[in-house]
Design a protein around this ligand. Sequence first.
Ligand code: PLP
Length: 389
Amino acid sequence: MIASVLPTYSRAPLTFVKGEGSWLLEADGRRILDLGAGIAVNALGHAHPALVAALTGQANALWHVSNLYNIPAQQKLADQLVDKTFADTVFFTNSGTEACELAVKMARKYWYDKGAPDRTDIITFSGSFHGRSSAGIAAAGSEKMTKGFGPLLPGFIHLDFGDHDALTQAAKSGTVAGILVEPVQGEGGIRPLPDACLKGLRDLCDEHGILLMLDEVQCGMGRTGKLFAHEWAGITPDIMMVAKGIGGGFPLGAILATENAASGMTAGTHGSTYGGNPLACAVGSTVMDIVSDDAFLAEVNRKSALIRQKLEGLIATHPDVFEAVRGSGLMLGLKCKASNLDVVNAGYDQNILVVPAADNVIRLLPALNITDDDIAIAIDKLDAAAAHV
Ligand code: PLP
């Protein structure tokens, strides 16, 4: 008999009943150190007092009104995002996948309104992940996600990283509306796109009038030590997807865009019942207040250096288990020699959560405000886990 929850996840035998900071309480009483943060979602850890206050304060005032009316909390968060980024305008969603849907629609509508209705192709790259909707799986294109779900949404050109000839060829074709890329691939195994490549993509887009669309769902909101990962490369996109960390655990996503890129999205062209609701935006606004602060981001970078140094030590101690550390800020990947799933499972036994990714990598995506003490405990636990692999 099928489980009452559709069994699309193979779940670990763990049940959490409470969270505080970087720690989760298992139903059996164990305290477990959370280095996954709900896959880069709990940016400020669990039950951050400012987020709890923002959520309960808003819950006591007003939960939901339709987007047919003005929503002050939504307006406030949009202003904060516009103030701190390249963007002129923001649309709020409930998830990264929904942000992907709008990114694709926005790019295509842009060219339609410019009198180029055939310019509909979106270039994407191998190893990418943009969500599990029909557009999301078609965008990523991997067989693992698309098999059995056809016919797929057409209009995606899938390229391998580093295949410059194919990229230039496609860009010249005149059918490309946008290039969609994660500055740091998350599900793909914490694979950062070198700054020079991101600059190169920006130049290519400028040369051919293509829209640069960044997926910062996992790598954005302070995760890499800048508010958004593309800032490291000194470029700006035309369209950007945001989700995960922006809600700190409350479902919230967003599409940020320049006025030009968003010019096709006039009244009636897109909508969402819940997107930008008062509860999500009150929390998101508080996350933005905290994470966009320069001193906070400096701490993310300091802790990143600390963890990386300790991880290098772990690799030296366990050369049969770990191979290399990669990533940026507190979006770190440990490429494993042993099976990454064995390392994740050994972590469970040591009361620590890390997350597997493609390319035999384990992801370390701790709360951005993890303490130095918890970092030290994490390294001890990973050491013990590696010893048991
Ligand atoms: N894009 C990236 C880079 C992601 O990592 C994810 C989720 O893991 C998504 C999009 C989809 O986001 P969501 O699961 O919120 O729909």
